[in-house]
Ligand binder design. Sequence first.
Ligand SMILES: [Zn+2]
Length: 257
Amino acid sequence: MKRTRKAALLVGLMLMVSVTMLTGCPAARPAVRPVEYYTRPAELTQNPDAAWQELVAGNARFIAGEKAVRDWAALRDAHAAGQWPFVSIISCSDSRFAPEVIFDQGIGDVFIVRTAGNLVDEIALGSLEFSVNVLGAPLIVVLGHEGCGAVFSTVDAKKGVLELPPGFVPDQLKYVVTEITPAAVEAIATGKTEIELKEYATTVNVRKVAEEIIRDASGITDAIRGGEVIVIGAKVKFDGTVSELFRVDATNVDDYI
Ligand SMILES: [Zn+2]
C-alpha cells in the first residue's frame, strides 16, 4: 500500500472516530431535513385558531424529521427591539419535551413557562398574564406529556408506594405533589390501574391547570370572553405527536371556572 493511501485511510478512520465521539453514536440516521424557507405569517398574533394551526404544522414537521429554515441572525436582530410571541405555553420541565423543538418554532415565537407537572403558581400565572395581556399572544397551550414523572410520582405517593432515593429530603418537592394531588385523587377514583391510571391523571392535571388559569387570571379570562384568546389543553407522546385534549373559547369558558 502506498504511503499516501495509508495516510488517507488513517485520516478517514480518525474522522469516523471523531464523529462517534462528538455524537455519542455512529451517524446512522440522516440529519434533520431542512424544508422551505420560513417567514412567520403576520396573522398569527391576531388569530388564535391560526396560531394553533401553526403549532400543529410545526409539530407535523418535527414528527416527519423536518425543520423550517430560518434566518437566525435576522431574527436575533429584529427581536432586539421587542417580542411578539403568538403563543404562550405552560409545559412540564421534562428535558425530553422542549416546546420550541416539538413545535419547530424560532426566536420570538413562543413565550414559555416551564415547571414540573406544568403547574402554575402566582408567578407562573403572572407570567402568562404578561404574555397575553401585555405582549398580545392570542393562544395559551397547557401541555402535558406522556410518562410525566411528577404526576406518576404523585399517584404513587397517594397510593403509598412512592420510593424516594436514600437520603433524599423532599424539602420543596412537597409543593409539586400537593398541587398535583387533586388530579391524582380524581384519577384513582375512576378505578383505573397502572399506566392507564397515571396517564389519565396527567390528562386530568392538564384540565385542572387550565381551570386554575381561567379562574385566577382575570385578565386572561376577560380576553377569552372577548374572543381574543383561546386556551388549548394538549398532550405530547414520546414519539413527538401532540394531541388536542380540549379547547376553551368564548363559547365555553364558564365550563372551566
Ligand atoms: Zn413531566
